[in-house]
Ligand binder design. Structure first.
Ligand SMILES: [Zn+2]
Length: 228
């Protein structure tokens, strides 16, 4: 009986320490292998909630890290308010792959939060962004950061985006030798005390099954949650 009680207390403590993740999908199809990228993280409590339902309520008390893998514009005022309050409270945000294209018409989002904008069409001196599937690349770690801890330079085959706008206030974590456009494929958002990680990689099975990609996503969630 005592042993059972001890196990229950231990399990309860583990649960209490779990990083509460809300994973947001919707607006873009993806391979089911995406979910495999999160397996093995027993210290995460992950709830999948598609756009826009994920933003109907105040997220600040119930979620530590929002992981976005949706691709859509946030047009509802209530949903925008909840997302903005969450980010401005210093909570964690991890933006994966096509979620970089979210919120094309919300300058606060791309200038101050993600620090990047996929250009759907040319604007001023900026040409339209492009994408290319199945590109073999070598990814290089740029400097030291908790998000890239335990990750050496690695090879991956993935979709790439080219000619995006990126804020000079972002801190680049990874560069890839992709054939066109700028080289950054992961960075920290431009805000002061930013807990925002943007990872351009992650289209399909080749990326989702890549051990370095999985480590990168795990590290990003832990760092965004403020874990050492
Ligand atoms: Zn893609």
């Amino acid at each position: 009986m005592r042993t059972l009680l001890a196990i229950l207390v231990w399990a309860g403590a583990l649960h209490a320490q779990a990083v509460r993740v809300q994973l947001v999908t919707g607006g873009h199809n993806h391979d089911i292998s995406f979910y495999e990228a999160f397996q093995g993280n027993r210290d995460f409590k992950i709830d999948v909630n598609p756009h826009p339902g994920a933003f109907h309520g105040d997220l600040r008390k119930s979620v530590d890290v929002l992981v976005l893998y949706d691709m859509t514009d946030m047009d509802g005022e209530v949903e925008r308010k909840h997302l903005r309050e969450f980010v401005e409270a210093g909570k964690g945000l991890v933006v994966l792959h096509h979620a970089i294209i979210d919120n094309q018409h919300w300058p606060w989002w791309y200038e101050e939060v993600t620090g990047a904008r996929y250009m759907l069409k040319a604007e001023g001196a900026m040409k339209a962004s492009t994408y290319e599937h199945d590109v073999p690349m070598k990814v290089r770690v740029m400097g030291q950061h908790p998000v890239t801890e335990g990750i050496g330079d690695f090879a991956i085959v993935d979709e790439v985006y080219n000619f995006m706008w990126r804020s000079p206030k972002t801190k680049v974590l990874l560069e890839a030798n992709k054939p066109e456009g700028e080289k950054a494929v992961a960075w920290i958002g431009p805000g002061e005390n930013s807990h925002v990680v943007v990872i351009q990689l992650g289209h399909g099975r080749e990326a989702h099954e890549n051990a370095n990609y999985r480590r990168l996503v795990r590290n990003a969630i832990l760092w965004a949650a403020g874990k050492p």
